[in-house]
Structures are given as C-alpha cells and as structure tokens.
Design a protein around this ligand. Structure first.
Ligand SMILES: C[S@@+](CC[C@H](N)C(=O)[O-])C[C@H]1O[C@@H](n2cnc3c(N)ncnc32)[C@H](O)[C@@H]1O
Length: 246
C-alpha cells in the first residue's frame, strides 16, 4: 500500500502542472539547480533527516505548495540553522523559486510533485514543522474531497511530525478554515492551542506574507492563521485516526 502510494503522482494534486513557457534563465535554473536539490525517493530516507542538507541544521520544516516560494525564501534566509524541504508540483512556480536561488543556499531540498509522496517517504517523527499556506480551496462541494486537509493527510502529518512539532495552516477561505479546525480537532494527534481571537487573526511571528495572501487582501478577504501542535498520542500507521469525514 505504501509503495502504491509512492508511485501515484496525483493522490492529492489536482491543479495545473504547467503554465506559460519558461524563460531561458528559468529553464537554465531548472536544469542546473533542481537535479541537485531534488530528493531521490529511489533511496530510503536517512533516519536522521538533517543529514540531507549541505550544512548542519538542527531541525527540518516542510512547506507544501510553496507557489513561487516567496515565504520559503524568507524562511530559509531568516532561519539558516533550519533545514527546509519545499514542495511544489507547478513547474512555473518551481522555476521561479530555483531562479531566485543564488546557488549558495545550504538549507534547502525540493520535491516537484505531490506532497503525499514525500510524506510517505519520510521517516516517522522526523519533521519539526509542516506549513500549508493558502492551499487550493476547492470551494465547490463536489471538490471538497480534493482538499489537502483530510483525514489521510492529517495521519501523514501525525506520522512525520515530532511530538511537540507544529502544523501551520493559513487561508482566506472561511469554509476551508472551519473545515481544517473541524478535521484537526477530531484528530487525536493534534491540539489547537488558541486561547484568544488574536491567535488566529494575527499572522504567524515573522510572517512575510505570500503571493496568494496579497491577492486575498487586495480582494478584501480576511486570512486566518491556525497553529496545531502534534501531541504525544501514538501514530496509528496505515489507519485513519480521524473522526471527521466530511
Ligand atoms: C493557492 S496556491 C498557494 C501558493 C503559496 N502557498 C502562496 O500562498 O502564495 C496552492 C499551491 O499548492 C500547490 N499544490 C496543490 N496540491 C499540491 C500537492 N498535492 N502537493 C504539493 N503542492 C500542491 C499548487 O501547485 C499551488 O502552487
């Protein structure tokens, strides 16, 4: 089952994979930098994920669906002691990101396909933080099952996060925010520690914003920022521990 999951490329990715043709500089950066930074799933993941990086790092953060990577670039520059794994299947987004790199960054690795493949490859309790920022909202009811937040993917987060690790979610779509709260609160591995409205109304500390957030703000929508903590409940491998089934 795990092997089948790894081989499928569309378990949770339903968006566009390509857009406009890449500029020559972007094509060159894709050819030069992506093969060096891309994770190789034909090999087993190292037990200690920090060894994936070109310089010593003290923890590993995933950013799923980084778009063009503005937030990820900011995080890499402001937290040089942390390792980051960025995931983006949209070729034009990945191309913008690798073009913005200087080539000297030592705390970044990449995956250019569905994040579920990466999550299934990673060892248990290996990641300090998962960021899912402005995921595709899939507003029509018949598409809700495509949303990245769902029981099977929360099980994946629960498996790879260290106890005390965090799952951060931001969205400007109220229905997806409520959906995520309901699903995470129904999941035995996650606690939402918010104690006042500022906990979800105010951006995460040091927040640089994202391209989608800027668009949402321009269009008058209000973002919400949710932080869940991976508690010490055992991870039930291969079986959903969620009660919410919307
Ligand atoms: C609405 S955009 C947000 C981009 C960025 N986080 C931002 O806030 O500007 C959602 C992104 O998630 C990516 N995405 C969708 N499904 C994904 C999946 N299964 N794995 C990884 N990324 C995914 C899409 O390609 C898209 O770039």
């Amino acid at each position: 089952m795990a092997q089948q999951r790894r081989n499928r490329s569309t378990e949770a990715f339903f968006g566009r994979r390509t857009g406009k043709p890449l500029r020559p500089k972007q094509s060159a950066a894709m050819a030069d930098r992506l093969p060096v930074l891309k994770l190789d799933f034909s090999k087993a993941a190292p037990a200690d994920l920090t060894t994936l990086f070109a310089a010593p790092v003290d923890s590993v953060t995933l950013e799923i669906g980084f778009g063009s990577g503005e937030h990820l670039l900011h995080q890499m520059a402001t937290h040089e002691q942390q390792g980051f794994i960025g995931v983006e299947p949209f070729v034009n987004g990945m191309a913008k990101f690798v073009t913005a790199l200087t080539g000297q960054e030592k705390n970044i690795r990449l995956h250019d396909d569905d994040a579920t493949q990466l999550l299934d490859w990673l060892p248990e309790s290996s990641v300090g933080s998962v960021d899912l920022l402005y995921p595709d909202p899939w507003p029509k009811q018949r598409h809700w099952k495509r949303r990245f937040v769902k029981p099977a993917n929360l099980d994946r987060f629960a498996r790879v996060l260290v106890p005390g690790g965090r799952f951060r979610f931001a969205s400007d779509i109220a229905h997806y925010v409520n959906w995520t709260l309901i699903h995470c609160r129904a999941h035995s591995a996650f606690d939402w520690l918010a104690s006042s409205a500022s906990d979800w109304r105010e951006p995460f500390a040091g927040w640089p914003g994202t391209r989608y957030e800027a668009k949402a703000l321009r269009e008058g929508r209000t973002p919400a920022y949710l932080t869940f903590v991976r508690n010490h409940a055992p991870s039930k491998l291969g079986e959903s521990v969620c009660n919410a089934r919307q």
